[in-house]
Design a protein around this ligand. Structure first.
Ligand code: PSV
Ligand code: MN
Length: 426
């Protein structure tokens, strides 16, 4: 998909791009960094696209749909294939159930694989009541005082695993909205213990080779006490479950000023860093484009990952996923921008002169330690990232190529009268 448009657009930018790469290569050579090695690593970077991010999102105040939105999960796959065609970095989809529950998982798997796509972690949802559901999650799901509600939540998660297995996925992400709004409403200790017990039942249903990610979030929708509030709670759960369980870090799920790279470092030390939901935020769980608000933080997160990988302590490959809600931008363009920002942060982390940093740290040279990081961060790596994309068959400039392709306008025609009902924004 998009192959012809990519070739045409790349040809028009080719000469200027070649000179930019050459110039960057020379700059890096002076720092004794081999551009080729970094290009190869960036070209190998992959991140999963969430099925819920392809339609325009919204807030509880409203939603402003754009033209040509996908009407069902099959059309979402088509849009993700476009992103993959342009970036060559998004070959997998992270599905949310029941938002994108396929009637026929085998048919969806075939459709995806014909487009060159596979499936990443599947996400369960016990934060909303569904039609025909026997019990309400108003007062929680796995933490609920009523065993029947807990059993229903466990059964839903096991169903998600089964659908995921039919799709070829090999991980389940569990994010729970469980919590309370007022002091005294919920027994803080027992609600957590019930949650762990429920997760243990779900964990027992994991197929061999599967992973389970526990995702924490400090507040919203619970405002007083969220059951899986922080990385410490998430870690206790993952440790209480076993080897196949680890923690997922959603970049927007931290209180303001939290040192997220430190959270990453601690989870690496614990051997429990499972993966990421990339996005960015100014205030809370804003679900904005990754790297749009705090690009330096994103770089520092990747810096921890690169450092851990080079020390051989990163553990099982962390699952990289995006979790964004596109309220104003065209979702495809927003995702193209996200992937580019992630690749840039990764590329910059690869440029950190590790030996110089270690030396500065060990000699307590504060200025030089920070300067080593800044030298990497301040490097304009756009030509390098574009070159990595080009070598994988992607576009030098994905957004310009997407716009020139006329894809959105064509879909606006084809998908006119879209009856797409977006998931409630969370
Ligand atoms: C919750 O805010 C969350 O981050 C979880 O990952 C959900 O699955 C997702 O957002 C839904 O948009
Ligand atoms: Mn998330």
């Amino acid at each position: 998909m998009m192959t012809e448009q990519v070739e045409q657009h790349n040809a028009s930018l080719g000469e200027a791009h070649r000179r930019d790469v050459e110039h960057l290569g020379e700059q890096l050579r002076r720092r004794k960094i081999d551009l080729e090695a970094v290009v190869a690593q960036v070209a190998a970077f992959e991140v999963a696209v969430p099925s819920w991010a392809l339609g325009t999102g919204g807030t509880r105040f409203g939603r402003y749909p754009g033209p040509g939105e996908p009407r069902d999960v099959f059309e979402k796959m088509d849009d993700i294939a476009v992103i993959q065609g342009l970036t060559r970095a998004t070959p997998r989809v992270s599905l949310h159930l029941p938002w994108d529950e396929p009637d026929n998982p085998a048919a969806l798997r075939d459709h995806a694989s014909a487009l060159g796509l596979g499936f990443d972690a599947v996400n369960s949802n016990t934060f909303q009541d569904q039609a025909n559901q026997a019990h309400s999650y108003k007062f929680g799901s796995l933490c609920h005082t009523d065993a029947a509600v807990r059993a229903q939540a466990v059964a839903h998660n096991i169903h998600v695993i089964e659908v995921g297995a039919a799709l070829g996925s090999d991980a389940l992400t569990v994010w729970l909205a469980d919590g309370s709004n007022y002091p005294g409403q919920m027994h803080l200790r027992k609600s957590f213990e019930r949650t762990l017990a429920g997760l243990q039942e779900i964990y027992a249903a994991l197929p061999d080779g599967w992973r389970l990610f526990t995702e924490h979030k400090p507040y919203e929708p619970a405002f007083y006490a969220t059951v899986v509030q922080d990385w410490g709670s998430s870690l206790l759960l993952a440790q209480g479950l076993g080897e196949q369980a680890s923690c997922l870090v959603d970049l927007g799920h931290h209180l303001p000023n939290t040192n997220v790279e430190l959270v990453v470092a601690r989870l690496v030390t614990a051997g429990k860093l499972g993966g990421f939901h990339f996005n960015d935020s100014k205030y809370g769980d804003d679900d904005l484009t990754a790297g749009s608000i705090k690009p330096y933080q994103l770089f520092l997160v990747f810096n921890e990952l690169v450092d851990a990988a080079q020390d051989g302590v990163l553990g099982a490959d962390p699952a990289y996923m995006i979790d964004q809600s596109h309220n104003l931008k065209d979702p495809v363009e927003a995702l193209l921008m996200t992937v580019d920002n992630l690749q840039q942060a990764y590329a910059k982390a690869l440029l950190v002169r590790r030996e110089a940093l270690t030396h500065a740290q060990e000699t307590n040279d504060v200025v030089m330690a920070e300067a080593v990081l800044k030298a990497a961060y301040d490097t304009d790596v756009r030509p390098l990232v574009a070159e990595a994309r080009r070598r994988s068959g992607g576009a030098l400039d994905p957004i310009a190529t997407f716009r020139a392709s006329g894809y959105r306008a064509a879909k606006a025609n084809e998908r006119a009268g879209a009856a797409y009902i977006p998931p409630q924004s969370l």
